[in-house]
Ligand binder design. Structure first.
Ligand code: GUN
Length: 294
């Protein structure tokens, strides 16, 4: 059986196209959706992500503000900015790029974001809404993007065994909740660094979601023939043959695994593009909920 290469770029572009009409309607009604992206420090990868987010806003007609703050910014200064953005009627979504510098207490910062503007879905109110399956909440963009890919490719989840590798608050845990929800009805196992015999566990999976941040960790012998593999990893590995001196690989050994599975997301071009598309979708949803009460 041929392996389906899940084209995240194509699905993301369809999601973005679908948003344009609602953005135009909101703008007509005097409520242009607005996103504030806050970056503290000079981490090069974070700078790339933040710039892509701002560019995506421009392409869709979403108003955006980029706040690039110096690495020495204090917790108090950052929280003060968040409070100003909470009060700014032009802004419907607020995102603080993770990870911040070590002196910043990220959880404390997130607690200061108005949950109605928390388009990352990191605030405890939104974490609770995910668990409660309350559709007014915001779900983190990467797992939301993974669910959209499964839907776009008509990949069934009901009754399937999904193994999510990784227990982060950004990907692993929300992903597990989405898969086990009444929308998806999968049976879910969350695996992590202390899981015993991960390869054997993964071989029982119909769906594997790899979100560990370890380059090419998931090998062909982790995969049951015909399983679906979503690779959330974005890892830089040294490669002297590339002009930049590195290349980007996922958490999955693509060459080996793609021979065995029925569908797989490549890196790049799989889950990555979906993250930004879902951020745009969450920003439009925040605008709609804040201005239309729906
Ligand atoms: N860093 C890596 N992924 C994300 C994300 O989805 N949101 C934020 N704020 N930071 C990130």
């Amino acid at each position: 059986m041929a392996t389906t290469i899940i084209d995240g770029k194509e699905v993301a572009s369809r999601v973005r196209e679908g948003l344009k009409q609602e953005i135009a309607a909101l703008t007509q009604a005097g409520h242009t959706p607005g996103l504030a992206v806050v970056l503290v420090g000079e981490d090069p990868a974070s700078q790339v992500y933040v710039n892509s987010k701002v560019k995506a806003c421009e392409e869709l007609g979403i108003y955006s503000q980029k706040w690039a703050l110096p690495a020495e910014t204090s917790q108090e200064e950052l929280v003060e900015l968040i409070h100003r953005l909470n009060a700014d009627p032009r802004i419907h979504g607020i995102l603080v790029q993770s990870p911040p510098p070590p002196h910043i207490d990220e959880e404390a910062v997130i607690l200061n974001i108005d949950p109605r503007k928390d388009v990352d879905g990191f605030h405890p109110v939104n974490v609770a809404k995910l668990v409660l399956e309350d559709a007014t909440g915001f779900v983190p963009c990467t797992p939301l993007g993974c669910m959209e890919l499964l839907k776009a490719y008509n990949i069934p989840t009901q009754g399937k065994h999904a193994v999510v590798i990784g227990r982060s608050m950004i990907v692993g845990k929300p992903m597990a909740h989405l898969l086990v929800s009444k929308q998806a009805n999968a049976t879910v196992t969350i695996a992590h660094s202390r899981t015993a015999d991960l390869p054997a566990l993964c071989r029982t999976a119909d769906i594997i979601v790899a979100a560990v941040g370890r380059p090419e960790m998931v090998k062909a012998d982790f995969v049951k023939p015909g399983a679906v593999v979503l690779d959330v990893g974005i890892n830089r590995v040294e490669d002297a043959t590339r002009p930049r001196g590195y290349r980007i690989v996922g958490d999955v050994d693509y060459a080996g695994v793609s021979e065995k599975c029925s569908a797989i997301t490549p890196v790049p071009g799989g889950v990555g593009p979906m993250t930004i598309a879902m951020l745009m979708a969450n920003t439009v949803k925040a605008c709609r909920q804040l201005t239309q009460g729906a």
